[in-house]
Design a protein around this ligand. Structure first.
Ligand SMILES: N[C@@H](CCC(=O)N[C@@H](CS)C(=O)NCC(=O)O)C(=O)O
Length: 218
């Protein structure tokens, strides 16, 4: 068995990166330098023609898209209990993951990479401002989810640390890059700090050389 994860420091690939670390299995982390455009080179496009991370390669089989990778790893490493097995709890976890991936994540892309949505500088500047406001509202929604779920369980989706907790860390950290103070969301921020302190997550943070809070007060 050979498992390889293509990741970029601080990118959404942090989520499967942490799951692999949590699984305790041997895997090869392969860094892709997005700032140098490596994702658009022929070599990488031969692996993922969409030019994105994460990519998981298991014995030569390529799997892309965070949700697909999470479901794959959940079935491959059932002992890790990444996702709940109870039907409703599982649906709730996937509901939150899908929202994170199809709504919160692309909103940040409009802030971080507005050039993907317009080639006009003034439109890009407007996209940043508008989507930063939207992102604040989405983090408030996440704050509510954390507040509600931590009333009945230790982690967001149940008794085990899982992909929703780790994605919450990434999305909160991205908010700090966008100039949003994470301490404005007290339950979320405290949970993110707890997630970051878990040994497997801390190991990935160190490998990716990440700072958890990049917010700089004006
Ligand atoms: N829906 C995709 C999103 C992947 C994605 O947006 N990846 C970003 C990093 S967070 C990327 O590779 N961006 C490089 C680029 O667009 O040039 C997934 O779930 O895997």
């Amino acid at each position: 068995m050979s498992l390889k994860l293509y990741f970029a420091p601080g990118a959404c690939s942090f989520v499967p990166h942490c799951l692999l670390e949590l699984s305790g299995t041997a895997y090869e982390p392969q860094m892709v330098k997005l700032h140098k455009g490596e994702q658009n080179g022929d070599e990488y496009k031969a692996i993922n023609p969409r030019g994105q991370v994460p990519v998981l390669v298991d014995d030569g089989q390529v799997v892309t898209q965070i949700l697909a990778i999470i479901l794959y790893l959940d079935q491959k490493f059932p002992h890790a209990h990444f996702l709940p097995t109870d039907a409703l709890a599982r649906a709730r976890a996937l509901e939150t993951l899908a929202w994170m991936n199809n709504t919160v994540h692309p909103t940040f892309t409009h802030i971080f990479m507005p050039q993907k949505f317009s080639d006009q500088a003034e439109v890009q500047a407007a996209l940043k401002v508008f989507n930063t406001q939207t992102y604040k509202g989405l983090l408030s929604e996440l704050e509510n989810i954390v507040q509600r779920n931590l009333k009945t369980s230790e982690w967001i989706t149940g008794p085990q640390l899982g992909p929703v907790d780790v994605y919450a860390l990434t999305l909160t950290r991205w908010g700090s890059i966008a100039g949003i103070d994470p301490t404005t969301y007290p339950a979320l921020w405290s949970h993110v700090q707890k997630v970051a302190a878990q040994a497997a997550v801390a190991a990935v943070i160190e490998r990716e050389r990440l700072q958890l809070n990049l917010f700089k007060p004006a």
